[in-house]
Design a protein around this ligand. Sequence first.
Ligand code: KG4
Ligand code: ZN
Length: 495
Amino acid sequence: MQIREATEKDLPTIMAIELECFANDAWSEDVMFSELMAKHTFYAVVLEQEQIVGYGGLSKLPGSNQADIQTIATKPAARGQGFGRALMNALTSKAKELGATEIFLEVRADNTVAQKLYKVFGFKKIGVRKSYYQPDNVDAFVMKTQMNYSEPIVLGIESSCDETGIGIVQGNKLLANVISSSMEQHAIFGGVVPEVAARAHLEALTPVLDEALNKANISLDDIDAIAVTNGPGLAGALMVGISAAKALSVATGKPIYAVNHLVGHVAADVLANGEVVTPTIALLVSGGHTSLLLVRDLLTDVQLLGETIDDAAGEAFDKVARVLGLAYPGGPQIDRVAKDGNPTAIRFPRGLSLPKDMQEHRYDFSFSGLKTAVARYVEVLEDKGEPVPLADIAASFREAVVDVLLSKAIAACKEYKIPRLLLGGGVTANARLREAAALRCEFEEIELRIPPFDLCTDNGAMIAVLGAQLIMSGAEPSNLSFGANSTLQVTKVQS
Ligand code: KG4
Ligand code: ZN
């Protein structure tokens, strides 16, 4: 299927369809011609295998916030295949592009199929024109839809790892943020098991959606658009959220926006602070990622400076916790035990921090060497039958992770002369990371931003608010053909 703007050359085909569809009250070729050519109109044709199978037109006067859908028709033989819907999509998008906030249309009272389609696009019946269609003497229903681009209500779906998150925002405002985590189901394995996560998403989605709508006190009808994480993350887990989002989009007719999970973490700051002040360096640390970003513009210019070349920071906490006999997830456990330890007791290695690493891996991270060093340290003591100083090991390990994370993040702030650092991801719960970040940023005169914890961990609200930013900037919805992309690049904000 293909959609394009209609041209003069399409007139004969359009007229043939017009006559086939509206035998009794078809427009004349002259009327159709002047409609097609008028400055204040926009006509589109939909094609299947290069044949025009339908057309639709919109009128929007400059200076007015109202648009009218003049006509929409698909060949009888091509009905029921989504061509009408595609045309409606094109026309409503164009209306939006032209600055309309309301769209009107008239439809035959006896054309229930068309009415149903319009309802999907948010059109509601606002009046009746008696005997409008002649000579059939059929009433016209006047329908209208209201579009909300200044503060769109967006439903965001996140399922890239083990959190099923559904968030609802209105513009930059948080309405609901509901999260169901399958973390406990992974505990016995000591890490996230993709298949288990995917199944848990499937079970959690509907109740989480219901709860989010309840909390926001709205219904699906009230939503202007749907945003969904399409990567990076676990493919099977992503697919569950994407399928749900597509199904909701198709069922409700609401536009869909496929957005980048990592950029979502950055967008969380909009909910916390009303905006993401740019440029900013962003350090995202969780069980799944460790990424250092240079964000010059949230929607158009996000650059990856570096990332982990092996374990993610949170994963390192989880693995080292296991070595130390602590429960999963390891981050909070290590934080707890480290409180009573001496962070300088053991000098654990700082991955990729040697002068030789500065060329190729200046902003990359590596935690697997550190993890091995901790394991070796414990092993040697155990072999000698000596007591293992848990608190000191935990504190020294934590110090090593925090030191590398902050050293690299602050070095990036200095190199790029950006006095701003934004943190995101579950590891931002770490007490030492927060403390050291505050101290070091203050010393370097860098503004530090850490959104509230439930916006730092994986959640749907950050996805919704990123979708809202895209809509408010005038971005077109994503094409339904997008899929899960487990290695989606951070430069691709919307797919
Ligand atoms: O962002 P998040 O909730 O989602 C996933 O990546 O799934 O991050 C979870 C990660 C886990 O690896 C966990 O051990 C780590 O964040 N984490 C912490 C702390 N709390 C959670 N790491 C260090 N210190 C903490 N206090
Ligand atoms: Zn994340």
